[in-house]
Design a protein around this ligand. Structure first.
Ligand SMILES: Nc1ncnc2c1ncn2[C@@H]1O[C@H](COP(=O)(O)OP(=O)(O)OP(=O)(O)O)[C@@H](O)[C@H]1O
Length: 624
């Protein structure tokens, strides 16, 4: 198998396979070749793009509801990867067990290109439907996989580079896929390691619910791993092994078929005393650290019930912002639209959801539309809906459209500043007449929704530049809620502490004072999203009973307040640069990526091979 196929090798492989019907064995990775064969056997034409009709909004909402637990447990990792995706021009995608895209978040520019090849919510990326691709192929192969450019079966998908990891529940069933996708032209070599790590964390969270009356054995070859997402978990109902995670199966050289079949005494010579960490011998003679949690202990290990929510749920706000938000709620009660302004990651959508939750329409729908993420060609149909047969490719039964979906609730138009001018006029008409006219004719339909818009742009400037209609501006901006960037908070330490206590809640993890200081001093260009993502990463890497030290922080955050003597001794802003070549730093990262690739994205293996610890590798790649 080749894990490092170059674009040239892939294009030779394509010619051999598709033009001459010859198997290009040594040119591409085995799983890709297996997948190409499956697609060819099904008679899939690699030149064409199958017409994939996305689910309607209602169908997608139903699918989302069916997968509510997966979505809830995946949210923290999606947020963390989202920060990464924004920086690298990617999108992070969550699918159901059939490859149906439930959520897609990230770089708007790429999202709109991806939507042109139907990489968007409501579309299935099973291998059957779309040929070789990271999501569908990871599901079929039941392992993490990256599919770059021409490795995709269908030619039009050559613009994509995707890395996906299946998410397995404690019973060994794939319940979804986490994927990072970006443009093929950009090198995303570390993406596979990131999604794999994130999938592991989601899988670990699945053990927090549903095993209260069972015995849970936590195992690891390092005692510090117990209680972290990197531990192995084995669940026994009585004596019978009924659930496990991949780490445990790997440590004990088993697979999922062991569930329901093996007893505890066939796995370990004896179970340790409840609650105590003990060394035990696994079948095959392997020594492991283990801790047995019985009923009471398991309950204690489960995440603490949600902290008493602040007045506005999870939003961390200054007093003045809380007052402004309370006023925004009053506006919505009075039927006045609200415009939320703020940089990316300042909580605009969270604030809109709070306004909905606290307002008179809380029992109605909250329909969020990202005007920048939907391609211009689709946005009109998405918003206004269409009649049966309104245009080529239209759904047989027509489509209701998001404006009508929001009837009785709140319509949240995110990134309104990016709405094309022609559509602005149509939207204005809806706001004036309270009626929606579907595309392709048909009777206008009355709608009744509260409107919240959001933007990170300066809308007044857009009005002056005539890229935003002034009449629409005055309609939507009666009341503006301005959310501060993190760097604008006077003292950031209270916000860091508050967010850390939420992220690390019951695990008793601590930040060292120096680490806290660096976090508070950094200017956080990605605002709360980036701050929360970084705190989650630190919490995932933290060892129990040891404060998180500043050296765990990404270098740019650590560099926020360099001590004067350190500037002279370790000037990280002036990397040594071999003559005519890459900087030493870039070479190091390059070597790390190559090693990670050659280990098929396995971060632990790569770290071992490089002789560094896993957290260092993860951190360096994350910040490269
Ligand atoms: N004030 C806040 N308090 C706590 N967490 C926050 C806050 N603001 C944002 N976050 C975190 O950032 C994430 C993103 O927030 P949200 O989507 O509301 O930001 P946004 O301003 O709408 O971003 P964008 O403009 O990029 O869409 C949240 O899921 C949450 O983790």
């Amino acid at each position: 198998m080749r894990a490092d196929a170059t674009p040239r090798a892939v294009s030779v492989a394509r010619r051999q396979f598709f033009d001459h019907g010859r198997p290009p064995q040594s040119l591409i990775a085995e799983p890709i070749l297996r997948s190409w064969r499956r697609c060819a056997d099904r008679g899939l034409d690699n030149h064409s793009l199958p017409s994939l009709v996305p689910l309607t909004e209602g169908e997608l909402r139903e699918a989302s509801e069916r997968n509510e637990r997966l979505r809830r447990l995946s949210r923290p990792e999606i947020e963390s990867l989202y920060a990464e995706a924004m920086q690298t021009g990617c999108v992070v995608i969550l699918t159901d067990p059939n490859g149906l895209i439930l959520d897609s978040r990230g770089n708007a520019g790429f999202a709109s290109r991806a939507a042109q090849v139907a990489l968007r919510p409501g579309v299935s990326w099973s291998e059957n439907a779309t040929g070789t691709n990271a999501v569908g192929t990871a599901l079929l192969e039941c392992r993490p996989i990256a599919v770059h450019g021409g490795e995709h079966y269908l030619d039009p998908h050559g613009i994509l580079s995707c890395s996906a990891a299946p998410i397995m529940d404690p019973y060994g069933r794939a319940v979804g896929v986490l994927d990072l996708s970006g443009p093929a032209a950009v090198d995303h070599r570390h993406a596979l390691g990131l999604v794999r790590l994130a999938a592991e964390q989601i899988e670990h969270r699945f053990f927090d619910e549903g095993f209260a009356d069972m015995r849970v054995l936590r195992v690891g070859d390092d005692r510090a791993l117990l209680g972290t997402p990197r531990e192995g978990v084995l669940v026994f109902d009585g004596d019978r092994l009924v659930a496990a995670n991949r780490h445990a199966l790997g440590l004990l050289h088993m697979d999922w078929s062991a569930l329901g079949r093996l007893r505890a005494d066939e796995l370990v010579e004896r179970l340790p005393e409840g609650g105590q960490v003990a060394r035990l011998e696994a079948a095959g003679g392997r020594a492991l650290f283990a801790r047995l949690d019985g009923e009471r202990r398991v309950a204690a290990l489960r995440p603490a019930p949600p902290r008493p929510a602040g007045p506005f749920g999870d939003l961390v706000l200054r007093e003045e912002d809380e007052k402004a938000l309370a006023r925004a709620i009053k506006m919505i009660v009075a039927g006045v639209p609200v415009l939320v302004q703020g940089e990316t990651g300042t909580g605009k959508e969270m604030a809109a959801r709070e306004i909905h939750r606290k307002g008179p329409r809380a029992s109605g729908p909250f329909v969020a539309v990202n005007c920048a993420a939907i391609p211009e060609t689709l946005i009109e149909a998405e918003l206004f809906g269409y009649e049966e047969g309104a245009f080529t490719g239209a759904r047989r039964n027509g489509r209701k459209g998001l404006l009508r979906e929001a009837d009785g609730g709140v319509l949240f138009l995110d990134e309104i500043g990016d709405m094309p001018l022609a559509l602005q006029s149509r939207l204005l008409r809806v706001l004036q007449d309270h009626e929606v006219q579907p595309l392709g004719g048909g009777k206008p339909v009355r709608v009744d929704f509260a409107l919240i818009c959001a933007t990170h742009r300066n809308l007044k400037e857009r009005v002056e530049a005539q890229t935003f209609r002034s009449d629409l501006y005055f309609r939507i901006a009666h009341f503006t809620l301005d959310l501060p960037a993190v760097r604008q908070l006077g003292d950031r330490l209270p916000a860091v502490r508050e967010l850390w206590s939420r992220v690390a809640h019951d695990r008793g993890l601590m930040l060292s004072p120096a680490c806290e200081r660096h976090l508070a001093d950094y200017h956080w260009p990605g605002n709360f999203r980036q701050l929360v993502g970084t705190l989650r990463m630190l919490a995932a890497l933290a060892e129990p009973d040891r404060p998180v030290e500043a050296d765990m922080l990404p270098p740019d955050i650590r560099a926020a307040t360099p001590e004067p003597c350190q500037i002279i001794l370790h000037d990280s802003s002036a990397p040594s640069r071999p003559e005519g070549g890459m900087s030493l730093d870039a070479l190091t990262v390059e070597a790390m990526r190559r090693t990670l690739d050659s280990c098929g994205g396995n971060v632990s293996q790569a770290a071992k091979r490089l002789g560094i610890n896993r957290s260092t590798l993860y951190r360096r790649l994350l910040n490269a």
